[in-house]
Write a protein that binds this ligand. Structure first.
Ligand SMILES: [Zn+2]
Length: 271
């Protein structure tokens, strides 16, 4: 599933080819994504110029005139830039064609993604309205986390993955940030001390930044590439390493489940 770093890398890969360019055609081959692609999408986009491409959580926001094209990659979605358009493959559902000759193609085998038109301010759209701060926002700091988690019995890992608290910290990055901060994933959020929350904010940002930096080396894969975009394999400390020795202390890493997601942790390093 594309996580925040993959979505941010998509934004950086796609933006230079579409921002400042006019849409000349919209081809919808299959409307059946998570929600139906709006029937008036072409009418909204054709003849208009993409003013900017932003990211909010795992949504891409193409600002076009007074409205916004909202794109979510779901479980298996990807966007590719083509300067010479290859034959349509299975699961290529939508083409946006630009005046500069670029075609932006949406591909999604499982069709859990979304492409929606938002007429008003996108931050008020129901999908975006209740989202917490971005992990890189100044608003996401230890004071904020401390205030929001006091009295909460939910495990700190589940809190960190809750979009209302902070967006874009998926399972891999929650596992890694908690290891690096030395915090046991099952500890009640309300019991994590302020200094440890400071550390958690730092490590959450660091692990996401490292993944985004890795993504930078794949930016060329967004243009005229045939295969699927890769996922950024960091040298994980704990994720996917259950049963192996901790890279720091050698203790055997443990695998548990929290909210149906795999939790990997070191019983010695994480308290
Ligand atoms: Zn350890």
């Amino acid at each position: 599933m594309p996580e925040l770093p993959e979505v941010e890398t998509t934004r950086r890969g796609v933006a230079p080819h579409v921002v400042g360019h006019k849409v000349v055609d919209v081809k919808v081959y299959d409307r059946r994504l998570r929600w139906p692609v709006p029937a008036d999408l072409a009418a909204q986009l054709v003849g208009r110029t993409v003013a900017s491409l932003q990211r909010r959580s795992k949504y891409l926001l193409f600002r076009v005139g007074a409205g916004t094209l909202l794109v979510h990659l779901g479980m298996t979605g990807s966007l590719r830039v083509h300067t010479t358009v290859p034959a349509r493959r299975k699961h290529d559902h939508i083409d946006l064609v630009f005046a500069n000759g670029v075609t932006l193609r949406y591909h999604d085998p499982r069709r859990f993604g979304a492409m929606l038109w938002v007429a008003g301010p996108p931050e008020r759209h129901p999908l975006l309205q209740k989202l917490g701060p971005e992990p890189f926002d100044a608003a996401f700091d230890a004071d904020y986390l401390w205030r929001e988690t006091r009295g909460r019995r939910a495990a700190i890992k589940l809190a960190l993955m809750d979009n209302h608290l902070v967006v874009g910290v998926g399972n891999i990055y929650a596992n890694e940030a908690l290891f690096r901060a030395g915090i046991r994933p099952t500890l009640a959020a309300g019991r994590v001390s302020r200094p440890r929350l400071t550390r958690l904010v730092e490590e959450t940002r660091a692990v996401l930044e490292e993944a985004i930096a890795k993504g930078g080396s794949t930016l060329r894969d967004y243009v005229d590439a045939g295969g699927e975009p890769g996922y950024f394999q960091l040298d994980y400390f704990v994720y996917g390493r259950a049963g192996l020795p901790c890279r720091v202390c050698g203790t055997r890493l443990k695998l548990t489940r929290q909210g149906q997601r795999a939790t990997h942790h070191c019983p010695a390093c994480q308290r």
